[in-house]
Design a protein around this ligand. Sequence first.
Ligand code: NAG
Ligand code: NAG
Ligand code: NAG
Ligand code: NAG
Ligand code: NAG
Length: 418
Amino acid sequence: MTLTTTAVVAVAATLVAVTQAGSTPSPSPSPRPERPPYNGTGPTMLRFGCHQLVIDRIDPLVNPGAIPSPHQHQIVGGDAFNASMRLSDISASSSCTTCSYSDDFSNYWTSNLYFGARNGSYKRVPQIPNHTDWDGLDEFTPRTNGGLVAYYVSPGKSEVTAFKPGFRMFVGDAALRSAPQGRWNLSSQTCFRCYSGPDFGGDRLPPCWDPAVDTQHLPDRPCYGIRSNVVFPTCWDGKNLDSADHKSHVAYPVEGPHVFDGINTAKECPPSHPVKIPQVMVEIIYDTTVFNDPSEWPEDGSQPFVLSTGDRSGYSQHADYVFGWKGDALQRGMDAGCIAAHCPGLATQTVEEATRCKVRELVDEKYEGWLDTLPGDPPQPPVTASSALTPCPTTPRGKGNGKGKREGKGKAEGNGKG
Ligand SMILES: *[C@@H]1O[C@H](CO)[C@@H](O)[C@H](O)[C@H]1NC(C)=O
Ligand SMILES: *[C@@H]1O[C@H](CO)[C@@H](O)[C@H](O)[C@H]1NC(C)=O
Ligand SMILES: *[C@@H]1O[C@H](CO)[C@@H](O)[C@H](O)[C@H]1NC(C)=O
Ligand SMILES: *[C@@H]1O[C@H](CO)[C@@H](O)[C@H](O)[C@H]1NC(C)=O
Ligand SMILES: *[C@@H]1O[C@H](CO)[C@@H](O)[C@H](O)[C@H]1NC(C)=O
């Protein structure tokens, strides 16, 4: 399919001029868009929806074979997903995928978001698809059932090397409860966007770029929906498909973690990890509006959302990736100079076909509706950093949906329950 000019303009509207691609978001980002050259010879940014494949408490990377693993995930992609997965070509052992690109049998997974009501009960926050349909060119992503939007970026033909069969990687740290103290500032690599108005209000700049709406921790105020973005490193050691921590075989560029700009990936990879790989990002949007009734929020003013890791700070957000594109499909896509959900030579499937791809839950536990504990009841150390509720200037549309119920009145225990 040939891309129309309007599609390119629609993309350009979400990107800003990137003059110096640095490791931190610009302090005063300009909303002025620059049209990127997605014209068949320049950069590629694949962007496509993947339905939820399964929600389960297993983790073949970090806790292989454990049924259940300590915390719950949502998984998307190919149906070879299992509690343990060998370093093999999973495109050969999958029979279907939940992703719009039908040769992508990769698996992607992240933690889930729960609302912790004042009375101590929990409910999983529903997800909503990204609203953008690229002027009609992407019918899948706006109709995605749960799941996430996956992105792959290459600066141009032959600029990146696609992953090898069996490759996997992990980014983030499920144990973090405060800003990471490591070598890099990772605020450009994982963030939550607090929509400031209805219909994805405040959504002007690329993920993790806008200090007005993006934070590395969970937003401390009511939002019109929360989006989570997690970006993977862009350099590889060129040898290992995995490593003991699932991280050391990949690395950030010499200049630091590359912000997601939809165009570039890394200026210079370190000698230890010389191979430039596609920049992979996942994006999940949670509809928090039904939980914005202040009478259901903790009485100490802290925010009520908690990741399935047991984390009320949000710093533990992490993502796992097992590569599974068939044959050389990903390399061809990265070299094709194309954008979004259609790329010459890459097969796609309909939203209905993808819906039929499922895997069975291995852990039999309730995770929808009101729950007494998070799945697996992971420990929830109190968040100590100031997280006082900042009043929202406008009234979120979900406010009042709690119908004024106040079961928790008089017995609220604030945050840190469990
Ligand atoms: C949808 O995806 C586009 C393209 O990356 C992004 O710029 C935009 O912020 C997303 N929209 C929402 C509501 O998250
Ligand atoms: C595509 O964009 C690149 C980068 O801006 C440019 O060098 C090239 O001339 C463009 N090609 C066409 C066919 O427009
Ligand atoms: C998952 O692994 C188990 C144990 O090895 C195996 O019996 C089962 O067939 C696998 N399921 C899938 C979908 O591959
Ligand atoms: C806790 O509060 C929620 C929200 O008001 C309510 O729906 C739920 O039933 C309550 N749970 C218990 C155990 O009272
Ligand atoms: C990381 O960078 C962001 C944006 O520049 C800044 O707000 C934050 O304080 C930095 N965090 C650390 C731990 O240095």
